[in-house]
Unconditional design. Structure first.
Lengths: 270, 360
């Protein structure tokens, strides 16, 4: 959109992040770079610092040291609404206090684009319609969010991110609570958006196979350190996975897609 | 679902606005719905206000009251009933809109002005002022002022204590508020047990709430604060919608969460302080009205807040009409009527919410 984007090919640039809570260090010296249209998967065991890294990139959490730049500008230099027009986040869990309709939730994605007393315009409705359509939610438009299943709710929040029209999306465990079909669907949708809108996506994932299948790059974290960072083929090796997860695995290829496939192999000898 | 990676509905979608309206009918807020709903509620409230002016221990003709300034009807209407009805409308409106806003603020549909300890502090201030100034000629003016000051003081205390690391946490706010509410209640009982019997009736007035004989100054003060608050709260209505998704999600959508929260807390406290200073503790209005309206109108605060103001006015004026007529010439404190309606309603809501997964 801006000429700045062409110049700063890397949309997100994170350098030497050190962060923690109290005296506990959660991240020590993590650096990443994400280009427009790219999907970066952050993987690692529980407590590796994945969510903290995501929260720092969304501006919700301040690191002890290190920098986060979006489009070549420090994240701290963005106003709150300006940041919201460029960057959207889906948290791992989404609870809604009142019975808003699905459409109302998706329309909330338009909030950073609207003035204080403005109601959503016909264009905002079209954007919401498109977002609902993409996630197969049109027939649920007027249902209360509180009546939906965890998986449906997750899709509603992804549709909300879409309506927000960000350049960057940060997804914390987007496939949690989703069944096989919807997991495939949301990653396919996400890939489409990376391609059609040049959106940069960073997702934390537990599912290593989803990471290898859909991500352009993978960051493997353990105890706040980057064990490996690169293409799925470089990162998701049997040695790396064994070291990080402390469990035996079998690493092969998915015969249907050719992507790396990882299976647990308890009791196997290295 | 068919998946086509090259497909980008963002450019291909060209829906007629008519088709969109049909697809989304009733699923979101439109200008037409705001206008229609608020007009209907205004008419309903106006009808109840007029009815409340006409009803009472003495039957009066509203037409004669307006056309004949020398008639007793005129005096009854303009000296006794109209001020009381107006005050009921203002206080009811304030209690309901504040309830709706606080429920969104602490993300809990069981919140209202009383639970943050504000009303209790105000009532204690009023009772202490009453006891120490009863021999003074200006007591009638001083008591509401002290109630207002005490409500704000209590607010300030709750606000300071609920802050953790510079953040106003909804759950802490709720807990500190509940504790203060109980504490002020105990303090009032302590005062009640050590003072002369002479004060017991007045203390009851502040505890149960009453709209008896407000002065013009009081009406003007409550009206000013009520309408000022309405404007500020309506301006924050979309932030309240977004805050319903949780702090992180609201922040992600560009809301300055701590700033919004501070504004809403301060404004609602001032409004509750003003209401308590003239009418004592009237409970449950802030709970019942927003809840019913949310069921009927949906959760969007851009409509819910102004609608609550109107609905609260209608509800309290109707309750007060019952309070002053059922055992006439004696009166039931209006707070007793609202609490009698509210208690069972509260239980019903708790049972209902219990079935749902619930998080703060």
């Amino acid at each position: 959109m801006k000429p700045a984007m062409a110049i700063h090919d890397s949309v997100i640039k994170v350098r030497n992040l050190v962060a923690g809570y109290g005296s506990l260090t959660v991240l020590s010296g993590v650096s990443i770079e994400v280009r427009a249209g790219e999907l970066l998967a952050i993987v690692g065991p529980n407590g590796a610092g994945k969510s903290t890294l995501l929260r720092i990139m969304s501006g919700a959490f301040k690191p002890w040291s290190g920098t986060v730049e979006l489009f070549g500008r420090s994240i701290a230099a963005y106003g709150k609404r300006e940041l919201a027009r460029n960057l959207a986040t889906v948290a791992q869990e989404n609870s809604v206090a009142f019975g808003f309709t699905v459409l109302e939730i998706v329309l909330m994605g338009r909030a950073p684009h609207l003035g204080p007393f403005h109601l959503e315009s016909a264009r905002d409705l079209e954007i919401a319609y498109d977002a609902l359509d993409r996630f197969g939610l049109l027939r649920l438009s007027s249902r209360s969010i509180q009546e939906l299943s965890g998986g449906e709710r997750k899709r509603v929040f992804l549709a909300r991110v879409l309506a927000q029209e960000p350049k960057i999306a940060l997804l914390d465990e987007p496939s949690a609570f989703l069944d096989l079909r919807h997991t495939a669907e949301i990653f396919t949708r996400t890939r489409e958006l990376c391609a059609s809108r040049a959106m940069a996506v960073v997702a934390t994932l537990h599912d290593l196979n989803a990471a290898s299948e859909y991500a352009d790059a993978v960051l493997l974290l353990k105890d706040g350190r980057a064990v490996a960072y690169g293409s799925p083929e470089q990162v998701l090796t049997a040695d790396n996975v064994r070291e990080v997860y402390e469990t035996e695995v079998y690493v092969g290829r998915n015969p249907a897609t050719g992507a790396i496939a990882i299976l647990p192999a308890p009791g196997a000898r290295p | 679902m068919k998946i086509d990676p090259a497909h980008d509905p963002g450019s291909s979608i060209a829906l007629e606005s008519g088709a969109l309206t049909a697809a989304f009918a009733g699923a979101h807020l439109t200008r037409a719905r705001i206008v229609a709903t608020l007009s209907a509620l205004t008419l309903l409230t106006a009808a109840i206000l007029i009815g409340a002016c006409a009803a009472g221990t003495v039957h009066i003709s509203l037409i004669r009251a307006i056309t004949d300034p020398a008639s007793p009807d005129h005096a009854i209407l303009f000296v006794a009933r109209l001020p009381r009805v107006l005050m009921g409308a203002l206080v009811g409106g304030i209690l309901a809109i504040v309830g709706a806003a606080l429920q969104a603020l602490v993300r809990n549909p069981l919140a209202e002005g009383g639970i943050l300890g504000i009303s209790g502090g105000g009532a204690l201030g009023a009772i202490l002022a009453l006891i120490f100034t009863w021999r003074m000629s200006a007591a009638a003016e001083i008591v509401p002022l002290c109630a207002f000051a005490a409500a704000l003081g209590s607010t300030l205390l709750v606000y300071r204590l609920a802050q953790l690391h510079g953040q106003l946490e909804p759950f802490t706010l709720l807990l500190v508020g509940v504790i203060f509410n109980a504490f002020w209640g105990a303090a009032i009982m302590l005062v009640n047990s050590v003072v002369n019997f002479y004060y017991t009736h007045s203390i009851l007035f502040w505890l149960m709430g009453s709209l008896e004989s407000p002065s013009r100054g009081e009406i003007a003060m409550v009206a000013g604060i009520g309408f000022g608050g309405l404007i500020i709260l309506t301006a924050t209505a979309r932030d309240l919608n977004l805050l319903s998704l949780g702090d992180d999600a609201a922040m992600d959508l560009g809301v300055d969460v701590s700033r919004s929260r501070r504004i809403i807390f301060v404004v609602t406290s001032i409004m509750i302080g003003a209401a308590v200073s003239v009418s004592g503790i009237i409970s449950f209005v802030g709970l019942i009205v927003p809840h019913i309206l949310r069921l009927a109108l949906g959760a969007d605060h851009r409509l819910l807040l102004p609608a609550s103001m109107l609905g609260g006015a209608a509800f309290l004026v109707a309750s007060d009409m019952i309070a002053r007529t059922v055992i006439a010439p004696a009166e039931i404190p209006v707070g007793a009527i609202t609490a009698l309606c509210g208690g069972p309603f509260f239980i019903y809501m708790l049972r209902r919410e219990g079935r749902r997964s619930f998080s703060l």
